[in-house]
Design a protein around this ligand. Sequence first.
Ligand code: AMP
Length: 416
Amino acid sequence: MPFHALGLAPALAQAAAELGFTTPTPIQAAAVPAVLGGGDVLATAQTGSGKTAAYVLPLLQRLIASPGHTPRRVRVLVLVPTRELAAQVGEVVRSLAQHLPTKTKTAVVFGGVSINPQMLALRGGADVVVATPGRLLDLVEHNALKLNSVDVLVLDEADRLLDLGFADELSRVLALLPEARQNLFFSATFPSAVQELANRLLREPRRIDVPGIQVEEAVVVQQAYLVDTNRRTQLLRQLIKTQGWQRVLVFVATQYLAERVAAKLHQGDLYATSFHGGLSQGARKQALDEFKEKRWDVVVTTDLAARGIDISQLPVVVNYDLPRSAVDYVHRIGRTGRAGASGLAVSFVTPASEAHWHLIEKRQGLSLPLEVVPGLEPTEVVPVVEAGGGVKGKRPSKKDKLRAAALHAGGDPLKP
Ligand code: AMP
């Protein structure tokens, strides 16, 4: 089904085509007509599903149908949890709007950088404002914009907005908005806090549930390697070299480790850098831009990069440290195999994290062979007390204890 069949004007279908979007993704097919209809929307949506264009396209159509911005009047407000997502959504709005006959002004505002350029950018008003909540409130306090005539509010990644502690800011922003408006609510998950917010905010919403991030084996090939904790960097370097991997995103558990692993790889002949929340906004932006421009071979990151950020066609994702949960695993491997391109997701499993890995596998309905690279056979001994400890809140099962005991003895009774 082509875009225009969803009720989009030819100019917008053309704008989509210029970005290479010829066929709507499932969320676009469902959300575009709903948003055009003017009602509230409650959508389960993940990054990678095409959710941004799913609301940007119909909102642009509504804007060009009644053009003209007035000073300090914002017509569409998109709230997002992170600076990176703000920049990314802003880019989608600008690229889809650039060829339209009617000019649409978009401002992107987020914290961590100087407020002055953002105040300047808002001079003369903006039709679309994409913002993180804290900086938006600062700008309102500086009288740089008013929110009392917002027609449409979009909450993108609502679950993360709440996770990151934006609930107070969100309430303050909501209090500044007019009662009569359209609300579009996108969230990857629906824990009770998100559900409550949705109940409070939305009126008879159209509910849209599209399949989650695609992790079919055909799209994302998944592999697991068993390796000792202190030989993971060596394994990573070896795999990059022997498999000819290019543009690898490596997930580690801490900011410290991100720095250390990147530095170690960089000492060799790999272009490696780190990307995490401890870096300045400038350094984060630079690392991401340069990675997108393919100037780095490897970016070592924390879960900061697991969600929201779209780096198209990322070929390889490595879990150097395993994610804490199966949900995080899905988000991480969703960084590859995007929009139909195939990708590779590799997990490093250590003897100590093996029980945790099997739990992730079980939740994912996976059963991957644990590969061992010759010369890097695991020798690490897992202390019995820690055998089941890899799984937070779960006591070691009988199986875990058996396995740990056997590993001490040099075998594994649960393996053939
Ligand atoms: P999003 O979920 O909005 O972050 O989008 C994920 C990726 O899918 C982005 O790289 C988009 O450029 C791409 N995309 C969005 N819509 C389509 C479409 N209809 N056809 C192909 N690619 C798309």
